[in-house]
Write a protein that binds this ligand. Structure first.
Ligand code: UDP
Length: 235
């Protein structure tokens, strides 16, 4: 039995025989509001593994360095080992969620240009919003890394946004995590309806974790619809 290195809210990470690779296992557990709301979304682990696999492949083809190696089973993917930078990079195209609240814009109002935000990845503090100065002063990342993660965030936004638009999905906002593998900065974590907001381009229907956060129902179906739009796979 491989050694579990870490268990998070939605995933478990295991060591493998290869010292350069981890095995990530996707769970059905769902949490929101910094772990206050807990539940499960049936098959979420499988759907997010498939959706993340799709996005890592799309981004890789477009020159984005990432940790994904390959999918090994329904709920598992192999990734390169990473030392994660304790910074969450959020990119937004349309005001929603915490931004809509913070600046007093109605949800759904288009931002004239993409907005990049940094959050300090710290559960005890509830992942507070920070800026580059905080990140540098706290020693979370150096100048080059801060520049790179924000530029990569915008590039990823352009690549994903364009693809999703073709599939009649609006990319509202999303969260990324980056880490270092043998000195190389790579995109890590997952890219899924847990970490992105996707709205149907025509109806505005929410097809992401907001269905769970806000008790909108049909959560599993929303994740299935995202997989179908992206890949054509009927789960
Ligand atoms: N997000 C995430 N993990 C977090 C916080 C946010 O994946 O811990 C994602 C979220 O799904 C959304 C984007 O980042 O796509 C922006 O989230 P927001 O700041 O609006 O916070 P929320 O409304 O989720 O509390």
């Amino acid at each position: 039995m491989a050694k579990m290195l870490y268990e998070g809210k939605a995933k478990k990470v295991f060591a493998t025989e290869n010292p350069d690779e981890y095995l990530v296992y996707f769970k059905d557990d769902a949490t929101a509001f910094n772990g206050v709301k807990k539940g499960t979304i049936l098959n979420k682990g499988i759907l997010n593994n498939k959706i993340s696999t799709f996005f890592f492949n799309l981004l890789g083809k477009n020159g984005i360095p990432h940790h994904f190696v390959r999918m090994v089973s329904d709920r598992e993917m192999l990734v390169k080992t990473l030392t994660i930078l304790p910074i969450e990079v959020v990119v937004r195209n349309i005001a929603a969620g915490s931004l809509a609240k913070r600046i007093g814009w109605e949800e759904g109002r288009k931002l004239p240009q993409p907005v990049v935000e940094l959050y300090y990845k710290n559960d005890e503090l509830g992942d507070p919003l920070i800026n580059e100065y905080h990140a540098r002063a706290m020693g979370l990342a150096d100048d080059a890394q801060l520049k790179a993660i924000q530029e990569l965030g915008l590039k990823i936004n352009a690549i994903m946004g364009q693809y999703l638009k073709e599939k009649k999905l609006e990319l509202i906002d999303f969260k990324l995590e980056f880490g270092l593998h043998k000195g190389q900065l790579l995109l890590g974590d997952e890219i899924s309806p847990d970490t992105c907001r996707f709205w149907d381009s025509e109806t505005g229907q929410k097809l992401d974790k907001d269905r769970f956060r806000r008790d909108l129902g049909d959560v599993e179906d929303a994740y299935k619809e995202v997989l179908f739009r992206l890949t054509g796979e009927k789960f």
